[in-house]
Design a protein around this ligand. Structure first.
Ligand code: NDP
Ligand code: 2IT
Length: 449
């Protein structure tokens, strides 16, 4: 439980734990928010009387369904599909789909809950939700992935729509999967409804910059965090965990902005390259080949791969966790601080444990939560929806400029809100408070629904 929770919040927290028993990740995400919101409810009795926070914590709808599919040898498999529609006060439910064996209701509920705050922070008209399945795409053929996606969408389509619920990608769901999902949605509904999914391919309704957006946005956010400390990325040594969509484009933009990324990782181990990670090689391995990172040495003739190692042992000024939840714990945080790390920003959703966040805050390391720092992905999804609605296509330069402005705006909102509530430099409070106020105002205006 966070240190700062006041008595009312502790009572609410106990109730949440009771009503959501065993849902560890969901309880963790809610507890972090409760730790920030005490002063907001004191200042805004209308939110308290309206029970906006309690309503926001309870998802509007939770859908769980069976996903049967056949592998290439004709064997039948059964997975579980989820869509948690968390809150629609600001717009249609919006958030990604995750395909990974670790997916369960708690994971999807925590992701949907955080998505509500993140989407509010972008300033775009988006509600929040999340979905996915415990399906493991690793080692599966294109045909198997296609049949799985078709079965998944055959159930999910009835809950979607450009004004209702708009999924996108997340772990294990990229453009290939969005293509199969969109194809099946189009077939079932007999509608070319581009705005029902984002992260589409450029030939079939997708938008430039969406692929790069989360990583580029994170790098812009880090630039703002350093600027706020009268510092810059110039010459900074950085480490980025993961080597998927978010990690790759984070590395690319950090390099473009003057930093040097010396390590990245995947679920099998850590890749070190002190001369700077060659992002073209990582793209070749992960985007084209879907293979393991140790191929890097063969491709580039440089680097060092440590099977199973921890990336957080590598000395750096800037650490960017971009793989998955709870991948950076309290002792990792202590190691990072001891090595002189000054900025940590979450590219993944909730990668730092509460203990890690406490270490960063106590030691004066600037720490930005994912709901602020990785919001560039969903913000650019909103730009894709805008282009779909107007049947238009913007240039890369224009779209990236919009993304950079949005990230600057989110940084400013979090930074200023943290100061206004008496905790300057605390981006966790800034993001939770600014996101909550925006959603709660709309919830009050829309009545008790
Ligand atoms: P990808 O599937 O493209 O990449 C995931 C990366 O993380 C891979 O390198 C993967 O390793 C590693 N990884 C995943 N799960 C685990 C695990 N349990 N243990 C160790 N390593 C793991 O996903 P994304 O890059 O899209 O997503 C990464 C994070 O960013 C997630 O937390 C996601 O929610 C978040 N995010 C994504 C956005 C997007 O637009 N895609 C937007 C905002 C946040 P391996 O290849 O070995 O499996
Ligand atoms: O966590 C996230 O913000 C995402 N996976 C992207 C969501 C989206 O709808 O683009």
């Amino acid at each position: 439980m966070p240190l700062q929770m006041n008595e009312d919040m502790q009572a609410l927290h106990q109730d949440i734990v009771r009503r959501n028993a065993g849902e560890r990740e969901f309880q963790q995400a809610v507890a972090e928010v409760l730790g920030s919101l005490g002063p907001v409810l004191s200042k805004h009795p209308e939110f308290r009387d309206n029970r906006a926070l309690e309503r926001l914590i309870e998802p509007e709808r939770q859908i769980i369904f069976r996903v049967p599919w056949q592998d290439d040898s004709g064997r039948v498999h059964i997975n579980r599909g989820f869509r948690v529609e968390s809150n629609s006060a600001l717009g249609p439910y919006k958030g990604g789909l995750r395909f990974h064996p670790s997916v369960n209701l708690s994971v999807i509920k925590f992701l949907g809950f955080e998505q509500v705050f993140k989407n509010a922070l972008t300033g775009m008209p988006l509600g929040g939700g999340k979905g996915g399945s415990d399906f493991d795409p690793k080692g599966r053929s294109d045909g198997e992935v296609m049949r799985f996606c078709q079965s998944f969408m055959t159930e999910l389509y009835r809950h979607l729509g450009e004004y209702t619920d708009v999924p996108a990608g997340d772990i294990g769901v990229g453009q290939r999967e969005i293509g199969y999902l969109f194809g099946q949605y189009k077939r079932i509904t007999n509608r070319y409804e581009s705005g029902v999914l984002t992260g589409k391919g450029l030939d079939w309704g997708g938008a430039l910059v969406r692929r790069e957006a989360t990583g580029y946005g994170l790098a812009y956010f880090v630039q703002e965090m350093l600027r706020a400390r009268n510092d810059s990325l110039d010459g900074k040594t950085c480490i980025v965990s993961g080597s998927g969509n978010v990690a790759i484009y984070t590395i690319e933009k950090i390099h473009a902005l003057g930093g040097r990324v010396v390590a990245c990782s995947d679920s099998r181990g850590v890749l070190h390259d002190d001369t700077g990670i060659d992002v073209t090689a990582v793209k070749q391995i992960k985007e084209v080949g879907r293979g393991p990172l140790d191929r890097y040495m063969l491709l580039t003739g440089r680097g060092r791969h440590v099977p199973g190692g921890s990336i957080w042992d590598a000395p750096c000024h800037v650490a960017l966790p971009c793989a998955t939840q709870n991948e950076l714990n309290g002792s990792d945080a202590e190691t990072l601080v001891r090595h002189g790390c000054v900025v940590v920003a979450e590219g993944a959703n909730m990668p730092a444990t509460p203990e890690a966040i406490r270490v960063f805050q106590e030691q004066g390391t600037a720490f930005a939560p994912g709901k602020a720092a990785n919001a560039g992905g969903v913000a650019t999804s909103a730009l894709e929806m805008q282009q779909n609605a107007s049947r238009d296509a913007w240039t890369f330069e224009y779209t990236e400029q919009r993304l950079a402005e949005i990230m600057r705006g989110i940084h400013e909102r979090c930074h200023d809100t943290a100061a206004e509530y008496g905790t300057p430099g605390n981006y966790v409070n800034g993001a939770n408070i600014a996101g909550f106020i925006k959603v709660a105002r709309a919830m009050v205006a829309l009545g008790v629904i």
